[in-house]
Design a protein around this ligand. Structure first.
Ligand code: ATP
Ligand code: CA
Ligand code: CA
Length: 170
């Protein structure tokens, strides 16, 4: 059927999800909204992460979700911002401060995007164990489309610690 999406119209996206304000409620809510947006979705384990940089704030909960989408990258970003707002995200606070819900596009197929509002692959993946651990848990051989290196190789170069597995991500 003409109006139906073909499989090759779908792109595989990896989305990072994090919260350190009412994280039980906000992670569960954010995940259920993400699952409505993506088909064939899977979630990594749920991790608790000590804050880096700005350390005078509660621990974060983090996970990575993978799934298929027919949305364009910018449309997906818009949907993620809508979800963040629905869960009380207040963007007037300072960057890297406490937040109810943070949804980042980590990877969008093998695309490399450098738009004003959207940089993909997310430039901080390779510096963040709280992203690399759930990402490589979902797909151990996954590669950075920019450098051609595996994300496991980035993870191996970072100091360990600070990221604790809580359990499955429901
Ligand atoms: P970081 O991006 O270092 O994880 P952050 O998540 O705290 O920091 P935000 O305040 O949530 O940053 O987002 C700031 C802006 O980043 C957003 O308005 C968005 O336009 C832009 N942005 C650029 N690339 C991405 C991406 N890959 N995923 C999500 N937002 C992005
Ligand atoms: Ca972020
Ligand atoms: Ca963000």
């Amino acid at each position: 059927l003409k109006n139906r999406l073909k499989d090759n119209d779908l792109e595989k996206v990896y989305i990072g999800i994090g919260s350190n304000l009412e994280p039980d409620k906000n992670m569960a809510g954010g995940l259920s909204e993400l699952y409505r947006l993506l088909t064939d979705h899977r979630c990594s384990s749920l991790y608790r992460t000590e804050p880096v940089g700005k350390t005078d704030q509660p621990d974060f909960f983090n996970a990575v979700v993978v799934g298929l989408t027919s949305l364009s990258p910018l449309k997906l970003l818009e949907k993620l911002h809508q979800i963040e707002r629905r869960y009380g995200r207040d963007r007037t606070g300072q960057r890297w401060g406490p937040r109810t819900l943070d949804l980042d596009i980590l990877l969008f197929g093998k695309r490399i995007l450098n738009e004003q509002d959207l940089v993909v692959p997310h430039p901080e993946i390779k510096n963040r164990t709280f992203v690399l651990i759930p990402l490589t848990e979902l797909e151990p051989g996954i590669m950075d489309p920019k450098s051609g290196r595996t994300f496991l190789s980035f993870l191996e170069q970072l100091p360990s610690g600070g990221v604790y597995r809580i359990g499955p991500c429901h």
